[in-house]
Structure formats: C-alpha cells, structure tokens
Design a protein around this ligand. Sequence first.
Ligand code: AHM
Ligand code: MG
Length: 330
Amino acid sequence: MRSIITLDEFIIQKQKDFPFATGELSGLLRDIGLACKIISREVNKAGLADISGQAGIENSSGEEVQKLDVMADNLLISCLQNSGECCGIASEENTTFVPIKKSENAKYVVLFDPLDGSSNIDVNISIGTIFAIYRRVSDDGECQLEDFLQDGVEQVASGYVVYGSSTMLVYTTGKGVNGFTLDPSIGEFCLSHPDIRIPKEGKIYAINQSAYHKFDTGTKQFIDECMENGCNFRYVGSMVADVHRTLIRGGIFIYPSTTSSPNGKLRLLYECNPLSFIVEQAGGHSTNGRERIMELEATELHQRTPIYMGSPDMVKRVEEICGEMMKERS
Ligand code: AHM
Ligand code: MG
C-alpha cells in the first residue's frame, strides 16, 4: 500500500526548510486547513440543510452575499481567532480588517476570500477558498492597515482549496507548490500532487467571453489569436477552479479590464496576489498586461486589477501584445 503523507505531517517536514522557523507559520497553515475541512463538509451538504441561497445582505463591493459565504467567513475567522498565530484578518466579505485582540502580538496577518465563485454555490459547481499570509510590518500591539496593504511579493505563504469533484488544498511557502486531496474517510488532506509544475505552453483559454465587445483591443487580439490557433475555451466562472485547471493542464486565465469595469472584477489582495504566488511558484506568470501582479502597489483593501495568469508562453504573448499597443499609442 502507498504510504500516506497528511498535510499536517508535510507542513512539519517542510518546516525544516526554514532554519529559524518557530512553528507559528506551520500552526497557522494547519488551522486554515482545519477551517477548510469544515467548510468542505458544509458545502457538501448545501442542498440538504437550509444553508444555500442568498443571505439578504450585500458585501463591501455591493454584491449579493450567499448564506454559505457568511458561514465560510465566520468559520475562518473563528479558527484564526483560536489559532494564536495571527494578529488580524481581512476578508473579501468584510469592509475593513479585523484585529484579533487575544493574539495581538502574533507575527502574521491572513487575508482571504472565504468562498470564491459565489454565483456557482447553488448550482453544485466547484467553488473555493483563497488565502494569503503576510508577516506583519507594524510594531507589536493591535495590527494596522499597513500590515494588510503589502505587495504580493511579501507573501510568506498562500493557497487555495477547491471544493470540486474532490476537495483539494494547494499551497506554497515560496519553495514550490504542493497539492493535497481530502480523503473524507479519514478526514485528512493527503499529499496527491507533489511539486506541481504548470505546462510551459497551453492550449486552453478561460475568460468570460460574453463580454468580448467590452474588452480592450489587446485582449480582443489575444482571444482572436487563441481561436485562430485552435485553443480550447473553458470557463467555470469560479476563479479557483479555472486557475486550478490552468495550473494542472496549462493555459491562461483572464479577467481583463472592460469598458464598464476598467479595473476588472477580481481583488488584488484576496484573489490575484495569492493565486499569482502559486502560479509563479509552479513556473507560470501573472500580469495585469504591463506589470507583474505581485509587484502592484496595494492602496486599499478591496482594490481590483485586471489579470492574465497561467502558462508562461501564453502570458508572454499577452505582454507582447500589450507592449505593442502601448507603443502604437505613444
Ligand atoms: P466572488 O468572489 O464574488 O465569487 O467573485 C469572483 C468570481 C471569480 O471566481 C470568477 O472568476 C469571476 O467572479 C466570474 O465573474 P463573471 O461572472 O463576471 O465572469
Ligand atoms: Mg472571489
């Protein structure tokens, strides 16, 4: 029988890669893993309990909040409050960050999108959780906004959990990317995808093509080329699921600037930076067309950015097109 390595065992083994590690980051990752196991359990019975549908409130971006969004948000917050390793959290669902008083001197802050792909919740299509961990930059005491508004390159760890045909957790601490599948019979995430590498070239593009008429010229040209080159089009509409497929199969995931939303839809801190860290660690690229996503300056918690991420050859082609467009304009 193949020997099993659980997420907790793996995290402890990997702690040895960091000579001065104190175990705090490992503890935090394990606590996030635990919260996501509970979210997975709740998501799996969504149709049975009275936990699907809209919660009747809007989030800070004015979008309808689903009951499961609220449940996932509360679960992550309470796991992180009990963790002792985290001095504050910021969530896509909350207007501002939440300091954690009982561990206010802890070293780390966590930012997350508790349940990404909200519009897919009620129709049994994959959704996910995304998280990013940063070392605080403020002095001890209550955490500050500056702890959360850090460039993506400062991430200490990031990851996602996809609640799909199986539940998988994928994370990086800056030394490659590893994936774990939840074995429901033992309630453990088990190493199933060691050292994930994204294919250099891809043949799949993912974008909400129904908005083609609103895309900028560069994005339109890239999409036209994809179609001419016989690429396949796939779009789940849950970023976690689309990026997960891109990571494993290769290709590109795009949420561009549109005439109605010049900054796109996706949030830099909760979605784009953590998934860019994963994609880059797996050998891929992630850009807004001009700059690397992880080097963008964060000025507000709910900042949005256009994004093109995935196989390096495809993302490079986007950058070439955007560069040519900029030259023509100047
Ligand atoms: P959410 O965080 O409210 O779920 O919104 C983000 C989701 C992403 O998962 C997905 O890529 C995108 O919205 C889909 O948007 P659209 O319906 O405009 O294609
Ligand atoms: Mg989201």
